[in-house]
Ligand binder design. Sequence first.
Ligand SMILES: *Cc1c(COP(=O)(O)O)cnc(C)c1O
Length: 408
Amino acid sequence: MKGNFNQSSNEPELQGVALLDLKRQYEVLKDEIAESLKKVCDSGAFVLGPEVKVLENNIATYSQAEHAIACASGSDALLLALMATGIGPGDEVLVPSFTFFATASAVTRLGARPVFVDIEPKSFNMSVIDTARKITAHTKAMIPVHLFGQMAEMVELNRLAQQHGITVIEDAAQSIGAEFEGRRAGSWGDMGAFSFYPTKNLGGAGDGGLVTTRNSQLAQLLKLLHVHGMEPRYYHRIIGINSRLDSFQAAIINVKIKYLESWTMMRIQNAQRYNEMFLDAGLGNKIGIPKPFPNRRHVWNQYTIRVSDGQRDELRKNLAERKIGSEIYYPFGLHEQECFRYLGYSSESLPETHRASREVLSLPIFPELTEQEQQLVVRSVKSYFDVNPARHVFPAATAVPVKKRDAA
Ligand SMILES: *Cc1c(COP(=O)(O)O)cnc(C)c1O
């Protein structure tokens, strides 16, 4: 879209690559954002104003869900969705262990029990087989997380949920615009939870979140729950929480959503370029290259490679010395976290989660990342392996490049 970040050959050599550089996006949108914020100030409507309504309509349309209810964060979106399901003590909620903390803590905040499910290793998403194995008479809901930007196996998970009368809440915090068989994240489950945290594909300038649903009864309930169950003013039939989005955030996100498709295309292109570059560099089986499933549109909130146990942390240190940003999402499964020890999982009880948490490394993938920067990342990974031979060979299946048509 914007060519102004492309470095030409006569520019100085790169001094490093940031994992995420939000300033590049801001430079382009500066004036538009300032104007939208001024409008909010002039209107005096600071909480749940017209900008929030516009945002709800924008996201409902974009996500192919009928209703959208904005709230204060992605964590609250999950909590509200569970509250609308009526989750409480004695209930079990199936969640992946390989996810951000909020997916599981929302369950415990309502006094219910998170039941951790292992992942399918190629997608890093909730395993259908392990999900089926862990359904009990107490299972009330499941929260498939569309991790890193790729949707979970929603056809199979929805089928299981239907068979057992389980509510499905999609955790789409990392996956706005992702698709499974052509249909968007947030339109598959009973509800979908989104986050506008700045590092997400559609981020505000602070915290923000939203719940989508195609069910108008659930939509009504969610609208009540996020304003203390109050309707009309000072009448409370149910107990809700205070989780509102402010108009400043909504105004900024309304500006940004116009660019979301083009940013997503840039992420997809960057991912394809990495895959080709890593193969060209002869790293195809020294690292595990992410290979999206053909029936899904991966929106690449993260580009996550695997590096065998023991070498991942070495490589990361090496990259840091070269000022290449990287991050480990996530260094432990939630089942290994101290606060969830009472649930009684051993580290190895979820073997794929355990393995992934020791192997994953996320590299810079933000839309404005240049080809030159990607080359530097790939060269840096290569020079690590030139000195430190790979101790593990990844199967060729993980080294197939992304199909061109994914970007069409
Ligand atoms: C970011 C994130 C959340 C929480 O969103 P916040 O807006 O930070 O509260 C929940 N789940 C996943 C998978 C996330 O990545």
